[in-house]
Ligand binder design. Structure first.
Ligand SMILES: C[S@@+](CC[C@H](N)C(=O)[O-])C[C@H]1O[C@@H](n2cnc3c(N)ncnc32)[C@H](O)[C@@H]1O
Length: 259
């Protein structure tokens, strides 16, 4: 199979075919958080690192005023085009989740599946929380989900997804190449195998996630005192089951509130 080295996020059509249909549990959970924790109706939302708009488009359809940013221009073009097609403003823009402002304060922000871990160091991670706190109204919510490094990390992890729409099929593999807990870097390999009636090819890429254990994450949260921790959940997205974080906790969602 022909192999092309490319940036994973430069192919929004393939990204969205694989991941775009997986949104219902997250959307249900976000709405449940708004109902449970916000004293005022939640109307205006922002997603830092919104990518192809997997969640943004669903929230727009659910009646929220949505916006978001992403470093990747191709993802933003794709996201704005789908918003426009559905009759909504093209409200997402190219930008850095560690350096952004919003025109009007938002009622809630969210960042659900490790996107925040793309930020490479403490300086940008702290800047991210500062930007979010600056953007939220008082009492506004920030819901952020990521994988923590447990005390005994798994040696080898990999995941595979496959999806088909019409004549296009994509199989995606994602695996940990190496984890350096001193440098706090998890190196991830990714492939997309793309099948159409006339051609087949593989796109390969590598990306980096910063690692966080429990203490590192709590220390970071402590650097932005305007964001107070209300509750924690895991990727079951069950609003009735907040969790306690332990040494073994991996997937976690923090619900934070702007003081
Ligand atoms: C795993 S995708 C998730 C996209 C979307 N949040 C979702 O849930 O489908 C991660 C996204 O983060 C974006 N990204 C990485 N670093 C970023 C940064 N510093 N600022 C904004 N976006 C960033 C990538 O371009 C990519 O679109």
């Amino acid at each position: 199979m022909e192999t092309i080295a490319g940036n994973l996020y430069d192919f929004p059509k393939y990204y969205d075919l694989i991941f775009g249909s997986d949104w219902a549990a997250e959307i249900r959970f976000l709405k449940a958080c708004f109902a449970k924790y916000s004293k005022r109706p939640v109307k205006r939302l922002f997603e830092p690192g919104c990518g192809t708009g997997r969640l943004v488009i669903q929230l727009a359809k659910a009646g929220y005023e949505v916006s978001g940013n992403d470093l990747n221009e191709k993802a933003i073009n794709y996201c704005n085009a789908r918003l426009k097609r559905a009759g909504f403003p093209e409200s997402t823009f190219v930008g850095d989740m560690a350096d952004f402002t919003v025109k009007k304060k938002i009622d809630a922000a969210f960042n659900m599946i490790n996107t925040f871990r793309h930020l490479p160091n403490e300086r940008t991670a702290e800047a991210h929380f500062r930007c979010v706190a600056d953007s939220l109204t008082k009492g506004g919510l920030y819901i952020i989900g990521l994988h923590l490094t447990p005390k005994t990390p798994a040696k080898c992890t990999s995941e595979t997804w496959a999806s088909t729409k019409g004549n296009l099929s994509v199989v995606s593999n994602l695996w940990t190449i190496a984890t350096d807990l001193k440098k706090r870097q998890e190196r991830i390999g990714v492939t997309y195998d793309v099948y159409t009636p006339t051609k087949q090819f593989r796109i390969t890429d590598e990306t980096m996630f910063r690692t966080y254990n429990r203490e590192q994450m709590f220390r970071l949260l402590g650097t932005e005192p305007r964001l107070r921790l209300l509750d924690m959940y895991d990727f079951r997205y069950d609003i009735d089951c907040p969790i306690d974080v332990t040494d073994d906790t991996e997937d976690i969602i923090f619900v934070l509130q702007r003081a």
